[in-house]
Ligand binder design. Structure first.
Ligand code: UDP
Ligand code: MN
Length: 331
């Protein structure tokens, strides 16, 4: 039987420690190497990458249903459509008109922002049934900046805070590593051609096009010379507005929005200057604008306005002894 002295035991222990240190060293290095494959070189950047992955997983989980639907094409940039909306008799008709168009577009994510402090049943149910990839947000306009029924429509800006809420959602739920696409502000009463969305999908920074029936003209449009925007076909503040176009006349690459996290609309901006305030905050210049719709010669979106519903016969029904329309029937 072999005999070990105390010295042998110390040698064996020293050998074991050395092997253990070697193993730990190799593990540490391979671990660092693994992280380096994904670029981050410090714990902070590693944590950032992890947070981005967590966002990605959260997004996929929340939108798994709609991402599986036929409208989703892998690799195609998503069109994030931000729509402010508010309760009135024509609301469901407006949302229905929009959703019918959006059904014909692939990879669309519709962000509907209600001007309210509670989600209305009408919008909740509508979005549940509409078979689109949607997000329902809230942002109530405070009474001092809210347009009243009798006010002329130009008196106060509409949809401003709701668009900002949509932007805030994009910035806290998407990340530039995983999400690619374009952001478009689509008011609920305008009319959109399906072709418009194909035009905007490959926007590098900001793409622009004409808008029909706006500014008391047949159309407003960027003016193009040698393939570049050099000014604006518009009547109002033509030379004063850096970007003299309607909200419906441009789309912005998602990464531009994520990279300029402070850019937003301003409830106090001068009338007609919302678009300019936002695009300037994004650091955009005329040079950056990408003319679409056959070099801005085609109208693919119209600034239509829906006449308020006249429901005055409802009251008269009772006076005649008829029953009023059933309040349980959603219109
Ligand atoms: N909007 C809103 N709250 C309001 C009025 C309007 O959220 O009190 C929304 C409206 O649904 C639309 C957008 O803001 O999507 C722009 O409003 P509107 O179409 O009335 O403005 P205009 O066409 O006059 O620019
Ligand atoms: Mn409108």
């Amino acid at each position: 039987m072999a005999h070990f002295s105390g010295r042998d035991l110390i040698y064996v222990l020293m050998l074991c420690s050395a092997v253990w240190f070697l193993i730990m060293f190799v593990q540490l290095e391979s671990c660092r190497g693994g992280i380096n494959d994904h670029q981050p070189s410090s714990l902070v950047t590693y944590r950032k990458a992890l947070a981005a992955k967590e966002k990605e997983i959260k997004y996929l989980r929340e939108h798994a249903d709609s991402l599986n639907r036929r409208q989703h094409v892998v690799g195609l940039p998503t069109i994030y459509i931000i729509t402010p909306t508010y309760t009135r008799p024509v609301q469901k008709a407006e949302l229905t008109r929009l959703s019918t168009v959006f059904h014909s577009i692939s990879n669309v994510h519709w962000i509907v922002v209600e001007d309210s402090d509670v989600k209305s049943n009408l919008v909740v149910d509508f979005l549940k049934d509409c078979e689109l990839n949607t997000t329902h947000l809230l942002s109530v306009t405070p009474p001092d900046v809210k347009l009243r029924e009798k006010d002329p429509n130009w008196l106060k800006p509409r949809g401003v805070l709701q668009r900002n809420t949509g932007l805030a959602w994009l910035r806290s739920n998407l990340n530039a590593d995983f999400n690619h696409g374009v952001v478009y502000f689509a008011d609920d009463d305008n009319t959109y051609s399906v072709k418009l969305f194909a035009e905007m999908r490959d926007t590098k920074k900001v793409s622009v096009w004409p808008v029909g029936l706006v500014g008391k003209l047949r159309y407003e449009s960027p003016l193009i010379e040698a393939g570049k925007v050099i000014g604006w076909h518009t009547y109002w503040f033509r030379n004063e507005r850096p970007f003299a176009m309607d909200m419906a006349g441009f789309a912005v690459n998602l990464h531009v929005i994520l990279e300029n996290s402070l850019a937003k609309f301003d409830i106090n901006a001068k009338r007609g200057f919302q678009e300019s305030v936002f695009l300037q905050a994004l650091g955009i210049t005329l040079e950056d604008l990408e003319p679409k719709a056959s070099m801005c010669t085609k109208v693919l979106v119209w600034h239509t306005r829906t006449e308020p519903a006249n429901l005055s016969n409802e009251e008269k029904m009772e006076m005649k002894g008829y029953k009023k329309s059933d309040s349980h029937v959603e219109v």
